[in-house]
Design a binder for this molecule. Sequence first.
Ligand code: THU
Length: 131
Amino acid sequence: MPTTTLLLDAARAARLNAHAPFSKFKVGAALQTEDGKVITGCNVENATYGLTLCAERVAMFKAISEGHRRFVRVAVVADTEAPTPPCGACRQILWELGGDLEVILGNLVAEKGRYWLRELLPVPFDARLLG
Ligand code: THU
């Protein structure tokens, strides 16, 4: 199984591919599957701004498109002292497709915090509520 250090390093490497010409805020994410594979993503911005995809959603959509269905944790990295937690949209997508992941936050040199996704999205709307 990948170590936390390996997962954070995978997110750091993915961050280098970020396409963030508007915000200049580069983010990398690395999602770990139940069987120990690591799928990465970076943020990809767009001139309309609103069509931007965050690193976490890119990683999750890549993973789903490659056939992965069960996930255990995700690392998110930015070049900031304070950690960068997933935005609201990403929390929803990670919850629906990944369940109660462990969310590991870091910067370029250190781990900065750990949460369960249920702590970040405590009253979720999901398919169970569709009846
Ligand atoms: N961003 C992410 O990729 N993930 C986060 O967790 C927070 C924000 C991106 C979106 C946008 O490209 C830039 O960071 C500034 O918001």
